[in-house]
Design a protein around this ligand. Structure first.
Ligand SMILES: [Zn+2]
Length: 285
């Protein structure tokens, strides 16, 4: 009997060690164990961005992560935007160096895209430059993880720029089939989508609905999935009003936020790609 108990305890201990190692490895892979890195030396900006004679739109694609790293979505989105730049004739500059957020550099760009940027990534000076860029008429597209920090040191980001504070997403299971309601079927960025858009994604929830301050384009039907972290409590429900895609003005600038797009597969989906391309084209107008 003692032997049996000893063996059982040993097996339990092994399972525990294995699980702890697995969790630690997953956290490490997704960049969740490292301390934030702030960049202070700006990258060299290629001539094609600087050249005033060139009338092509200049697009900045920024993908730095100081917290959870979307290992699949970041490269998939980079590939998608690189492809758009080719077909739509844009100058695209892609970087993970946050020091690109300086006034003279930002002013050269017609559109800034934050591709699943997580954690606080900007220094005080960079924050001021970026805020000024937006307020003075800059165009900003924020994708999924960019609005998915559970907390921000820089409160202007969730409060004014995104207009919503992320709370959590389901973990059991993390990815669920859900039905998006395309609320505005006349907007240039969503008019190609079905009124009820079925997708599988990691569904974000926010502290409160930003509806009063933004133009909601797409929301999520909370009855189409289980808005619960681990079980059946449905504690991630937002009382039925669950916006997922919206746009609004910040000063003279425009912000377009999409909470969609955790998986790499999203960026292969034709409806999703069209939606992303149209968002860029609308912001570049
Ligand atoms: Zn995600």
């Amino acid at each position: 009997m003692m032997k049996f108990i000893k063996y059982s305890l040993a097996i339990l201990l092994l399972i525990f060690i294995f699980m702890a190692a697995f969790i630690a490895h997953t956290a490490w892979r997704h960049n969740m164990l490292s301390s934030p890195v702030y960049d202070t030396v700006a990258p060299a900006i290629p001539d094609f961005i600087s050249d005033d004679a060139d009338t092509k739109p200049n697009v900045l694609l920024f993908s730095k992560t100081n917290s959870y790293r979307h290992l699949g979505a970041i490269p998939a989105a980079k590939q998608m935007f690189t492809n758009f730049a080719k077909t739509e004739n844009w100058n695209l500059f892609e970087t993970e160096n946050a020091a690109v957020h300086g006034k003279t550099i930002l002013d050269r760009f017609d559109l800034i895209i934050w591709n699943n940027v997580t954690g606080d990534v900007l220094t005080q000076e960079q924050r001021t430059a970026f805020k000024t860029y937006i307020e003075e008429g800059g165009q900003f597209l924020a994708i999924h993880g960019t609005g998915g920090n559970p907390e921000y040191d820089w409160q202007w980001f969730p409060k004014t720029l995104i207009k919503a504070q992320f709370t959590a997403h389901p973990m059991n299971p993390q990815f669920q089939d859900g039905t998006l309601i395309v609320e505005n079927t006349e907007h240039p960025t969503t008019e190609h989508l079905p009124k009820e858009w079925g997708r599988k994604d990691e569904w974000y929830s926010f502290e409160t609905s930003p509806r009063a301050d933004v133009n909601v384009l797409i929301s999520l039907d909370e009855n189409s999935y289980n808005p619960s972290r681990w079980g059946d409590k449905r504690e991630l429900g937002m009382g039925g009003d669950h916006p997922m895609v919206w746009h609004h003005n910040v000063g003279d600038g425009r912000v377009y936020f999409s909470a969609l797009g955790h998986t790499a597969e999203s960026y292969e989906d034709q409806n999703f790609r069209k939606f992303m391309k149209r968002s860029c084209l609308w912001l570049l107008q």
